[in-house]
Ligand binder design. Structure first.
Ligand code: ZEM
Length: 288
């Protein structure tokens, strides 16, 4: 039984509607488990799509979402990827139901779906990623290290091909989700609305007073109410004058951030992918 339609894998050429069915299936399941974190798999799916893509190296043209090599050790065991098994496992029933989609298309489509369903802007997407084998795993150290500062951010994101404005625009994704002591070692959410896409990350970065958290864990910041956190790399966005310009812009203007975020995340998810299809698709938010 192939995609429930009697096609053999070789003959079946999926259309936009077939991918829309997968989008819908993911959307409907995002909040299936109210005990998972803040009640949604959305944030961890966004993180999976980002970590699959953010290994790209412009110079050697290696890494990126093409390949989905995080399925394999050692990449699955890289420190930065701790906890992403929850997201990969969440998507397994979808892969089983729609076996014609590649993992690498599925992971990025899930990121798009999660972000849109949590209230974010529409993100153009197209299929065309192929799954690689273990030999395509990227070396450890390609994803950012939260304990570092602006020089590191520019080196890591520069290697992917991103500039200052794009680094700041991407960082607003930390409106979503939280840190887990059993994953990264850090603790807590950035915002009070971790399952809603807003520009609140930028607003509170500027408006709240951030102090070092006194605890036995890795160095991180907390607000006065001790209910929100910032990583050292997040604080670098306001310590650095060039970065701060964009933080100020996005704090004032959520629409400007939505537009720029949509552009930059679409670019991130496409780094290094040898697409045959030129047309990019957009999927409608579904009532889940
Ligand atoms: Zn994150 N991120 N990230 N990030 N991230 C975490 C969680 C999430 C950095 C980082 O070290 C961490 C981007 C950029 C950067 C998300 C999306 C995006 C966590 C917590 C850490 C430590 C992991 C845990 O313990 O579960 C660093 C240093 C970054 C450099 C700027 C970009 C870009 C993102 C998307 C566009 C999301 C959605 C989460 C929340 C995951 C969850 O499970 O709630």
């Amino acid at each position: 039984d192939f995609a429930g339609a009697g096609f053999s894998p070789k003959e079946f050429i999926p259309t936009k509607e077939d991918y829309a069915k997968i989008y819908e299936e993911i959307a409907k399941r995002l909040e299936e488990n109210e005990d998972y974190d803040d009640g949604s798999y959305g944030p961890v799916l966004v993180r999976l799509a980002w970590h699959a893509s953010g290994t790209y190296d412009v110079e050697t043209k290696t890494g990126g979402s093409n390949g989905a090599t995080m399925r394999f050790q050692p990449e699955s065991d890289h420190g930065a990827n701790a906890g992403l098994k929850a997201a990969r496992d969440f998507l397994e029933p979808i892969k089983a139901k729609f076996p014609w989609i590649t993992y690498s298309d599925l992971w990025t489509l899930a990121g798009v779906c999660a972000f849109q369903q949590m209230g974010g802007p529409v993100i153009p997407w197209r299929p065309g990623r192929a799954d690689g084998d273990i030999s395509a795993c990227t070396p450890d150290g390609r994803l950012p290290d939260a304990s570092k500062e602006q020089k590191h951010l520019r080196a890591i994101f520069g290697r992917m091909g991103f500039n200052d404005q794009e680094i700041v625009a991407l960082s607003g994704a930390h409106a979503l989700g939280r840190c887990h002591t059993d994953r990264s070692g850090y603790d807590g959410p950035w915002t009070h609305s971790p399952t809603m896409v807003t520009n609140n990350f930028y607003e509170i970065l500027l408006d709240e007073k951030w102090n070092w958290k006194k605890w036995g864990g890795p160095a991180q910041y907390e607000d006065k109410s001790k209910s929100r956190m910032m990583l050292p790399t997040d604080m670098a966005l306001v310590k650095d004058r060039e970065f701060k310009k964009y933080v100020e812009k996005y704090a004032k203007d959520q629409e400007a951030w939505f537009k720029d975020f949509s552009d930059v995340i679409a670019k991130l998810f496409e780094l290094g992918v040898p697409f045959k299809q030129e047309e990019k698709w957009t999927f409608k938010v579904v009532d889940a």
